[in-house]
Ligand binder design. Sequence first.
Ligand code: NAP
Length: 420
Amino acid sequence: MSKSAAEFDIVVWGATGFTGRLVAEYLARTQEAHRAKWALAGRDLGKLEEVRRGLATQVPSCAELPLLKADAKDAASLDALVSRTKVVCTTVGPYARYGTELVAACARSGTDYCDLTGEVQWMRRMIDAHHDEARATGARIVHTCGFDSIPSDLGVLMMQEHMREKHGGHLRSVRLYMGPMRGGASGGTVASALQAVEEGEKDRSVRRILVNPHALDPDPKQPRNPAEKDLMSVRYSQELGQWTGPFVMAAVNTRVVRRSHALLGYPWGRDFIYSEVASYGAGAKGLARATSMTAGLGGFFVALQVKPLRKLLESKVLPAPGQGPSAEAREKGFFVAQLLGEGVSPRTGREVRLKGKVAAKGDPGYAATARMLSESALSLAFDSVPTSGGVLTPASCMGMRLVERLRRAGMTFEVQEQAS
Ligand SMILES: NC(=O)c1ccc[n+]([C@@H]2O[C@H](COP(=O)([O-])OP(=O)(O)OC[C@H]3O[C@@H](n4cnc5c(N)ncnc54)[C@H](OP(=O)(O)O)[C@@H]3O)[C@@H](O)[C@H]2O)c1
C-alpha cells in the first residue's frame, strides 16, 4: 500500500509506558492543528483503554481514538500494525530487547519510523541489517529523536546551515557544552543503559562498538582522530570560561552527528571535528560541581560493571519500568546547550566564529523528549522533505524542517556571530 493511502498518519506504539503516555498527551493536545489520523498501540488493550480514557478527560475527541494490539514477540502483529500507518512512533524499549522486529517490519513495508533509542550497539545492528532494504522500499527509519540526539544533531546542522547561508562555507569544528540542565531518569531509560552494559559484558564486539567514535558511520572503520576522543575527566574550557566534564550522552550524540555528516555526503569537510562535554559553571563552585558530578558518573559506571552492585542498584535505587519523574519535577526541568564553532568564509577569507544555543523548558528526557519525538513523527507524516529511505538521523532526514517545527513548538534554536 502507498504511504498516502494508509489508514493512519501516526501510530504511537508503547502508549502505555512512561514516555509513550507523554507522547500521546502531546499529540492529543496538538494533533487538531494537523487533523492527524492517529491511533494508540501496545500489547495490552485494557491498559490502552485506560490511557485513552485519561486523554479524553483532556481532549474529548480522544475518546474515539482507535486502539491497536501489537506485541514485540509476535512478528505478524507488527506486520499488521505497520501496514496500517504512514509513520510508527515507538517508545517500546529497551529497543535492543523489543525493537528489532518492528524496524524489520517497517523496512520491509516502506513504513516511516521514529524512536528514542540511545543504544548505539543496536543502531549499528539495524544499519547493517536494514539500511539497504529501507533505501529500496523508501522506509525512513529515524533513531534518536529525543534528548539524545536532537539537540546535538539539529544544533550542529543549524550552525552549519547558518555558515553556508551567510558565508558560503562550512565550520571546520563545533563543540557542544551541555548545561545548565535539570532532569530525572525513567525505568525504561535505566533498563536501556543496563541492557548495553550486559550486552557489552557478553560480547567483545559490542564493547568495541561502544568505544568507536565512528560506530554509526556507513563504514565504522574510519581512522580515529585524537580530537574526537570523548572527554573523560574535569577540564577548564578557556573559550567558555567554565569548568567541564564528561557528558553522559556524548557517546551516543557524537556518533549520531558523525553519521548525519556522512549521510549528507560530508558537506562540512572530511576533517570536520565535533565534540561534546557537560559544563558546570565558573570559579570554585564550577570546579566543585564538575569534580563531584564527574566522580559520581565514574562511580556509577564502575558500579554497573560489578554484577552484585548492578543488581542492588536495579532493585533498590533506580526507577523500575513504567516509573519516572513526577509531573512537578518534569515541569521544573530544563536544558541549555551552547555550541561554539569556527570556519573560514570563502567570500572574505576571514575567520568566522559562531555561537549557538539549543534549549527547552521541561524535563529534558521526558517533557522535552515527548515534544521532540512527537514533532519528529509529525514531520515524517506531513512535511515534504526530500529524503529517500534508509536508517537515517534527524538531521539527515527531517533536517531544518524539524528545527522550524521545534521552534514553533517553543524550543530555542538560535545562532549568533561572534567577534573574531
Ligand atoms: N532518548 C531519550 O531522550 C529518551 C528519553 C526517555 C525514554 N527513552 C527511551 O524510551 C524507552 C521507553 O522508556 P520508558 O521509560 O517510557 O519505558 P517504560 O515506561 O518501561 O515503557 C515501555 C513500554 O514498552 C511496552 N512493552 C514492553 N514489552 C513489550 C512487548 N513485548 N510488546 C509490546 N510492548 C511492550 C510497555 O508496555 P506495557 O505497559 O504493556 O508494559 C510500555 O508501553 C526506553 O528505551 C528509554 O531508554 C529515551
